[in-house]
Design a binder for this molecule. Structure first.
Ligand code: ADP
Ligand code: ADP
Length: 231
């Protein structure tokens, strides 16, 4: 991910809301970066821009080989389906409740692309630690296991980039640590780049690098739990 002067303005009931007012960050391939900041800072907006779900109002945004400022809708569709995985807060909003974990992963792979080799669904579940529950009906899984399944579906095509928006915020501490460990394993064992939004200081403390945004601007950056103001 490489951005400079990234601006996003929402038009809301006739007036403009500047959600991002000039963001410049670089995330190298294989990095695991936490995005912190108060509610309303612009974190979700930045994530949605990186996922091609919103179009920048101004500035530069590059995701891998894609320049998102100049991409057409069909190109964005392709990028969304192949190159970016998304996991959201709340267990399992991207899941089909009447399919087992392994069938959810299969379904996500089928919906995504046919023009390159995909990992075996069992290997995807193995990566998040759900091998023993590959065929357990979703309603019988714990909230933590359902969120692990949501992560598996997010990475079903092994995209180069995983975007996670508060993926642990509605979980108890044990489930939170399991989901975080699964995302860490994905990052270290496949080299997938991860951008993860969190407001949980315990989560932020274990991330290798953090970026804090406030009022649509970068306020501070840090490594291994220590933050430094950006002037
Ligand atoms: P979070 O703080 O977890 O990012 P929010 O509660 O701010 O989530 O936003 C939830 C949803 O409401 C998002 O889809 C966001 O785009 C939308 N939203 C947030 N603020 C506004 C607003 N002022 N007008 C319209 N939609 C909004
Ligand atoms: P965060 O994820 O850090 O809570 P957001 O990116 O959701 O922040 O929101 C940043 C700002 O943009 C907030 O002021 C929010 O109210 C506003 N906003 C978010 N989504 C919308 C929307 N769909 N329409 C209008 N304003 C929005």
């Amino acid at each position: 991910i490489s951005t400079s002067g990234l601006v996003h303005i929402y038009r809301s009931q006739g007036h403009d809301v500047a959600a991002l007012s000039g963001i410049g960050i670089t995330v190298r391939p294989g990095e695991f970066v936490g995005l912190l900041g108060p509610s309303g800072a612009g974190k979700s907006t930045l994530l949605q821009l990186c996922g091609g779900l919103l179009t920048p109002s101004a500035g530069r945004l590059q995701i891998g080989e894609h320049n998102l400022t100049t991409m057409t809708e069909p190109e964005l569709d392709r990028m969304r389906a192949r190159d970016v995985g998304i996991v959201l807060q709340g267990a399992g909003r991207n899941l089909i409740p009447y399919l087992s974990p392994v069938d959810n992963v299969r379904y996500a792979q089928r919906a995504a692309s046919r023009d390159r080799s995909l990992p075996a669904p069992e290997d995807v579940l193995d990566l998040v630690g759900l091998t023993d529950h590959a065929r357990t009906p979703l309603p019988s899984l714990t909230p933590g296991q359902i969120q692990l399944c949501a992560v598996a579906v997010g990475i079903a095509t092994f995209p180069g980039l995983l975007l996670a928006d508060e993926p642990t915020s509605q979980l108890d501490h044990r489930a939170r640590d399991e989901v975080l460990a699964a995302i860490s394993t994905i990052n270290t064992s496949t080299g997938m780049t991860v951008l993860l939004v969190t407001h949980d200081p315990d989560v932020a403390a274990v991330l290798p690098r953090t970026v804090t945004i406030r009022d649509g601007r970068i306020a501070s950056e840090g490594r291994s739990g220590e933050e430094f103001a950006v002037v």
